[in-house]
Design a protein around this ligand. Structure first.
Ligand SMILES: NC(=O)c1ccc[n+]([C@@H]2O[C@H](COP(=O)([O-])OP(=O)(O)OC[C@H]3O[C@@H](n4cnc5c(N)ncnc54)[C@H](O)[C@@H]3O)[C@@H](O)[C@H]2O)c1
Ligand SMILES: [Zn+2]
Length: 359
């Protein structure tokens, strides 16, 4: 078991990484000294697999949980479901000291976090992430929110959980494509912050692909550590936190312009990371060997590293890039790498240079 602290003053909390955490959910919540009434918000997939164990554990520790299940998929990150969840919390008479558990992937975590941030102007919540992406990324750091028709994550709040329980056992049932998609974020942490982690990933990729427990524990914990360090220094993304967006400027535009769902988030990020590495070579002199290692590791993990673009799609992709939240004063800003393990944010790049690295 590994415990990773997230240091944010009176909003500090722990991330617990290891096997067997879900059956201990109730005992862990009891340590937080919250109210007796609580809710577990999950989706149809995670609910089918894990709700019973979560409810049993909570009940065994004396809590009175209500289960709220939303449909699986990105569409559930919407205001209509926020309201539905609020109504069910009110019907179950949750009060200020009550708490909510987010049991599922990033969709459930983002939705639940926002529901918790807004119900009664904020009730405590606990993250139990069950996808690799949620364990290494979305459950940590307090970004919560939902989508609007006009764009992703446009409504939200910075709202930190009281605890994050990463039960590695839950990853066993994750579909391969989802798991591999999560690996894109894992590899990203190596690129942006930790050359040693990157080299470890290169060495241990076969074990990681087999979901070997010891390898997963060390990798998930290291990714959480990095996210915690970054968020601890820049909770609301005024600077450093932007490095977590490496590969995301082009990645988001790919997700957006190809219609959500065609590429999973990590798949789009992998393509974006390779393009960002190429840009890094021209703009910051990233050694070509480093760029090749990035592309090779992503490809070996089973991620796409390139995309076919005709003139029309290229135009659409560019338009999508300009709509990204990270655009400031009309200029597209990138996180670029100097070398593996070291990146710079806020790099303004001319449109021609971006064109040149797109396939
Ligand atoms: N808040 C943040 O900082 C942050 C960061 C990155 C991504 N996100 C958000 O996270 C979301 C993506 O998260 P995701 O990739 O986890 O998607 P997801 O929540 O949709 O989960 C992916 C799929 O796997 C299923 N699933 C989850 N755990 C499972 C398990 N253990 N076994 C079997 N199936 C399981 C889900 O039901 C779903 O069908 C996006 O909405 C994205 O915007 C948020
Ligand atoms: Zn991401």
């Amino acid at each position: 078991m590994r415990i990773v602290p997230v240091s944010l003053g009176n909003r500090s909390y722990q991330i617990k990484v290891g096997s067997g955490w879900l059956p201990r959910l109730g005992a862990e919540c009891a340590r937080l000294k919250l109210g007796q009434r609580c809710a577990v918000i999950t989706d149809t997939n995670a609910g089918r697999l894990f709700a019973k164990a979560a409810l049993k554990s909570l009940a065994a520790s004396g809590f009175d949980p209500v289960l709220i299940t939303v449909p699986a998929g990105e569409k559930s990150k919407c205001l209509a479901l926020v309201e539905k969840c609020h109504d069910q919390l009110a019907a179950h008479r949750l009060e200020r000291k009550s708490f909510i558990v987010a049991l599922g992937g990033g969709v459930v975590g983002d939705l639940t976090g926002f529901v918790a941030a807004t119900y009664l102007r904020g009730v405590p919540f606990v993250q139990v992430p069950t996808s690799l992406l949620a364990q290494v990324d979305s459950s940590v750091g307090g970004k919560t929110g939902v989508n609007l028709k006009s764009g992703k994550n446009l409504v939200g709040a910075f709202y930190q959980p009281q605890l994050v329980l990463c039960d590695l056992d839950t990853l066993k049932t994750l579909p391969k494509r989802e798991y591999v998609s999560g690996l894109a974020e894992v590899i990203k942490y190596g690129i942006i912050y930790d050359a040693v982690l990157f080299a470890q990933l290169e060495r241990n990729l076969p074990k990681l692909l087999q979901r070997d427990a010891a390898t997963l524990r060390s990798v998930v914990a290291r990714c959480c550590e990095i996210k915690a360090e970054v968020v601890g220094q820049d909770e609301t993304e005024t600077g450093l936190r932007a490095i977590l967006n490496f590969g995301h400027t082009i990645g988001h535009a790919i997700e957006n312009s190809s219609g959500y769902g065609k590429y999973l988030h990590g798949e789009a990020i992998a393509i974006g990371a390779v393009a960002a590495a190429k840009l890094s070579r021209t703009v910051l002199g990233l050694p070509s060997g480093d760029g090749e290692r990035v592309e090779k590791l992503l490809a070996q993990a089973g991620l796409p590293v390139t995309i076919k673009l005709d003139a029309a799609r290229r135009k659409k992709l560019f338009a999508a890039m300009r709509l990204d939240k990270k655009v400031s004063h009309g200029e597209i800003q990138f996180v670029l790498a100097r070398k593996i393990g070291k990146v710079l944010w806020g790099q303004k790049v001319p449109a021609e240079a971006i064109q040149a690295v797109l396939p």
